[in-house]
Each structure stands twice: as C-alpha cells, then as structure tokens.
Design a protein around this ligand. Structure first.
Ligand code: NAD
Length: 342
C-alpha cells in the first residue's frame, strides 16, 4: 500500500484553509472588535502557515516529476504544488529537462528513487510507454502517456489529456454525447481528445489536418475509433474548405487542437473566415496562452460560446493528482488560484 493511502500522517501538511481552524485560533481571541482586525489576524496566520509549510519539506516528502523538453515555461509544477499544499499532502512536483536521449534513464530513476510518479510531456509522450510495465486501456488506445504512477516499482502509464478536455466541457455544462464534433489536429492533444470523446459516447468526429507527418496518425486514430467504439470518425485534408464548411455546419462543437494560436503563431488560425461559424456553435481551443486566440476571437465575433485550454490543463492535472494521491483535487480552489497566479 502506498503512503498516500494511509490515514492522516503526523507529518502531513496542515491545510492552509483558515476555515478549518477553530474560530479562536483564526482571530486570536474570543471577541474580535472589527472585521478589519479579523482580516489582519487572518493574514498573519496565513503568513505563518505559509512559512511553516515551506519548511515542511522533510524526510517523508514524496516526489512526482514532470519530464519534458522544453519544460521551464510549464504551469504544471506550480499548479500541482498548490494542489498538494491545499490538500495537506506532503508531496512536491519538480520539472526535469528530459528528452528522447535521456528518457529511459529518467524513467528508471522513478523506480530507483521511489518517486510516486511523473507527468510526461512533449517529446516523450508517445515514446515513454515502452519503458513502463503497464498501460491503461485509454493510454494504449491513444498511444500516448502523460502520467506515470509508481506502485512499488511497477510503473503504469495513463493519458489524462482527453479526460481533462471532456471534464472541462462537463464543468461548463456542455454535453456532446450522441452529437457530432469537428476537431482540427492529429497530434498528441488532438488524438487524446478524439479517442476520449469517442469512448465517452460522441456520435461522430470529423478530423481535419494539414498533410504533414501527423496526417497518418490522424488516419490511424480514425481506424482505432471506428474499430473500437460506436463513434463514426472521418479525416479530411484541412485545405478541403468545402468539407470543412460542411462538417462544421453539421457539428455542435469545433475545437482547435493544433499549435496555431500560440507562440510563435499568435496571430494565425486555420479558419479561413467567420462565415464557417454560426452563433449556436460551441468553439474551444486547447491553447491557453494567449487566453483568447485568433480562432476564439473570430468565434466571439459571431457570438459563439467559447472555451480556451486553461480548464483542460486544470482537469488533466486533476486526473493525474487523483491517480497519484487517490484524492480529488480541490478544483474550485485551483480555478481561483490559477486566475490569480496563472
Ligand atoms: P503535436 O506536436 O503533437 O501536434 C501538433 C499539431 O499541430 C498537428 O496536428 C500538426 O499537424 C498541427 N500543425 C502544426 N503546424 C500547423 C500548421 N501550420 N497549420 C495547421 N496545423 C498545424 O502537439 P500537441 O501536443 O498535440 O499540442 C497541440 C496544441 O495543444 C498545442 O497548442 C498545445 O499547447 C496544446 N495542448 C494543450 C493542453 C492543455 O491541457 N490545454 C494539453 C496538451 C496540448
């Protein structure tokens, strides 16, 4: 059994939420005279808890990694560390610059160091599976791993990107089950979204991609979806504008799962013009920096409901957090924290 599954350990972080403290402890007295005083005392308590928690990295602290290259820009370690702190879990996430040249040794170090697990990102997602003992059925089908869990030296690979996307829609009250969607992209994020959507009961998925090295991966995804699920998938060349117009017109949702819209392509989108959109269409983007891509800005002009990749990032992280700790991430707290710090 892993340490996280035990009852509350004496070394576990205390929760930072002052609401969990007895009233007297929160305000430092039994009858505070003014709300201002309460706030001032709360700030002191928060500062005290923060300093204390920072010093709580100790001999029991668990480690999860994030292995990718480049990786220094990632929001994931800050997000996971805040989630661990909020949950009172004595664990930290650190980012490691790992690419295909040192991936095998890096994965071996998860076992050697007894790390709880790891996140994996580009360029390692599609390669890391061969170094693990097991893959979840979804990771197997997607052909990509973004989360590794270490159970006593046995490493299992999971893919939480698609779950993250589907949960981000659910969180917004958007239900695409039984409906048709259009997804532009055939890389790692697109494949995870397409396969998870098919597994979750989406009726039809039209995939568009440019005729680059990813197009064949898109064809493979179509084959996997049609062979393994009741969803009907098709793939088209992104330069086939007639097909793009027709498939979007039939869809309840269209999403961008390419890198267009983020650095260095901030002012670029594959959408020829806004006549392809209609106000009832839901338009989403996997990109979250910038928060409003050119694609989303065009959709907003038409009056479409839009959603960027920020909440996909949050929910894929929440799914990884649950796999490592067995606990639910406090997503409402994290939403506010990301708004303040993201
Ligand atoms: P990837 O390298 O696996 O795939 C890149 C995709 O972009 C391919 O489909 C490729 O054909 C397409 N593409 C590249 N250049 C293009 C061009 N000029 N015109 C049209 N299409 C082009 O990358 P990925 O990991 O799938 O990431 C794709 C996007 O998803 C990135 O913006 C990434 O930041 C985002 N993402 C977001 C999350 C999240 O949690 N929000 C998670 C993973 C990825």
């Amino acid at each position: 059994m892993h340490r996280f599954s035990k009852k509350k350990e004496p070394w576990a972080f205390s929760s930072a939420g002052l609401e969990h403290l007895p009233y007297k402890q929160r305000v430092g007295g039994s009858n505070p005279s003014t709300p201002t005083m309460i706030l001032a005392l709360q700030s002191v308590c928060e500062a005290f808890l923060f300093v204390n928690m920072k010093s709580m990295i100790n001999g029991y602290t668990e480690l999860v990694g994030l292995m990718a290259y480049p990786i220094r820009h990632s929001h994931s370690p800050a997000m996971q560390n805040e989630a661990f702190r909020k949950a009172g879990i004595n664990c930290i996430q650190l980012a490691f610059e790992v690419d295909n040249t040192n991936l095998k040794e890096a994965v071996q170090s998860i076992r050697a160091l007894g790390m709880r697990g790891c996140n994996v990102s580009m360029p390692n997602k599609t390669i890391v599976g061969q170094y693990l003992e097991k893959l979840s059925p979804t990771a197997q089908l997607i052909g990509s791993v973004n989360t590794i869990v270490n159970d006593n030296g046995e490493l299992t690979g999971y893919c939480t990107d698609g779950i993250g996307y589907m949960n981000s829609l659910k969180d917004e009250g958007i239900d695409i089950k039984g409906k048709k969607i259009t997804v532009v992209g055939a890389g790692g994020a697109a494949t995870a979204i397409q396969i998870q959507a098919a597994l979750d009961g989406v009726a039809a998925i039209s995939i568009f991609n440019v005729k680059d090295k990813f197009f064949a991966a898109g064809e493979e995804t179509v084959r996997k979806i049609n062979d393994n699920t009741s969803c009907k998938a098709d793939i088209y060349d992104l330069s086939d504008y007639e097909a793009l117009r027709r498939e979007i017109a039939d869809s309840c949702l269209v999403t961008n799962a390419t890198g267009l819209g983020m650095k260095p392509y901030e002012d670029v989108t594959w959408l020829p013009d806004i006549s392809y959109l209609r106000p009832e269409l839901i338009v989403t983007d996997t990109v979250y920096v910038p928060p409003i891509t050119k694609f989303l800005a065009m959709a907003q002009k038409v009056g479409c409901r839009t959603l960027n990749g920020h909440s996909m990032m949050l929910f894929q992280g929440a799914a990884a957090f649950k796999l490592w700790t067995g606990k639910d991430m406090d997503v409402e707290h994290m939403k506010q924290w990301l708004k303040d710090n993201g």
